[in-house]
Design a protein around this ligand. Sequence first.
Ligand code: DGT
Ligand code: CA
Ligand code: CA
Length: 574
Amino acid sequence: MPVHNADITAIFSEIADLLEIEGANTFRIRAYRNAARILGDLPQEARVLVERGDDLTRLPGIGTDLSGKINEIITTGHCSLLDRLRRELPPAITKLLKIPGLGPKRVKALYHDLDVQTIEQLHRAAQDGRIRALHGFGAKTEQNILQAVQAHASQSRRFKLATAAQYAEALQAFLQAIPGVQQVVVAGSFRRRRETVGDLDILVTAAPDSAVMQRFTAYDEVAEVYSAGKTRASILLKCGMQVDLRVVAQQSYGAALHYFTGSKSHNIAIRRIAQRLGLKVNEYGVFRGAKKIAGDSEESVYRAVGLPYIPPELREDRGEIEAAGAGRLPQLVELSELSGDLHAHTKASDGHDSLRDMALAAKALGLEYLAITDHSRRLTVAHGLDPIQLAKQCDEIDRLNAELDGITLLKGIEVDILEDGGLDLPDGVLARLDLVVGAVHSRFDLSRARQTERILRAMDHPHFTLFAHPSGRLLDKREPYDVDMLRIIRHARQRGCYLELNANPERLDLTDSHCQSAREEGVLVSIDSDAHSTFDFANLKYGVGQARRGWLGKSDVLNTRSLAALRKLLKSTM
Ligand code: DGT
Ligand code: CA
Ligand code: CA
């Protein structure tokens, strides 16, 4: 992917923004802004000048330092200074700059004085009237910010993967039924199983005379047709989701699927490898000169650039290409490899179904065991169990296990982690259980140091088994609490306990990158449904998608173990 002047301009502008938020020297900030402007106005591609051997320092405002950075960007596509700045500042902070009326100076003030790091925190601060008190803001500005944030939220909406799946599956079935249509596949971030998707990218192979385009734009749920041609169309569904459709010939299917699955940065990296081999990769195929050498399948595309097939969940340019090249790609976990589920609720607390119904539903899914982990008493909104109620449930589980075949219920609890790191039920009560799932349900606002300490202390508890939904985030609704996740993962390793990957589509918590850290640190992850009804076991597939994005293989996942193997592991932690 050749670097254009616009790419360099964008990088330099972002560097200037971040330096300004950081409070850097104004001279330095201005140098990047000038350079961005100069490159933006340059009539020729800087890349061409560099390839020709021209000296960039001859351009006004470009010294040796900036010229070095331009070279770096042209050759690597990255700028290490920008990468460092992005690590130093809260990751969401540049998103604040997208709010009309907020420049780096204001973002800096909001960050330094009110600790506003995200758009959500900005929204709250404006609603609470905390912004007007800041120097240089005032009530009117605060009101403008509030309106701008609300307008922004309606534009940049992303959909939870499970929500997108409902629309995608219906549309896929609709397209599949059109005469002449062969393959229909949803590509893009949906196929990569990202936790949220911006829009749907659907790829179709069809006979040349098929009416797929007309039928697509006439689909019942279309609110608006943005564009419609012979091979591509873009529509908006009534739900607010955009759908891009591409029709391709069968012999380009693999190349098109690869292209539209992305991610963009993965594709760029693959194309760079192809270039080194004297090949060209695009959505029609892999070419040596004018000759097409691959592209009917994705496998053939990877083979042409000397790589094994890379599963879509890994295609984020996060080391998968290097791993593939070295033959070190993980064998990713599959849904069928799960033997059980270690987090589920019944009517005894806030679930909808009985112990027996939950057990039968888990069995029907082919699971060998299911841990019942209702809430503990502190969580009164969820009718948490006290010691007497829990003891009664344990007796019931013993009776059911004696009666049921092919599924074993494990005795557990989702116990509240108290503010001081203590657990919400006494030791003697927890000792009778097969496992103890600890969770934070209160005081999300503690400082990073105190929140981390709280969780580490809970893990020190002799009966603690599994840390549930570790970041506490709810997609769209609640930011994660501030913790040092790497310390938590390392502590889990020392203590011999485990982390959950909660498969609820609103949580998908652990995140993919924390899954990677857990794997690197040797901490097993349990992919759990957190089912509150028999239907919720269907969410396990989303958990598996997230685990795959986090590079987890079967052996990295606790609940791929047989019941016998699991019992051994649980014994060693209790
Ligand atoms: P999203 O929709 O924001 O959740 O993310 P994606 O990954 O589905 O992105 P989208 O819908 O913009 O594009 C779908 C795929 O098409 C993307 O993953 C890679 C490919 N693609 C789109 N635009 C470009 C581009 O400018 N260059 C390259 N190399 N690939 C692109
Ligand atoms: Ca997309
Ligand atoms: Ca798209």
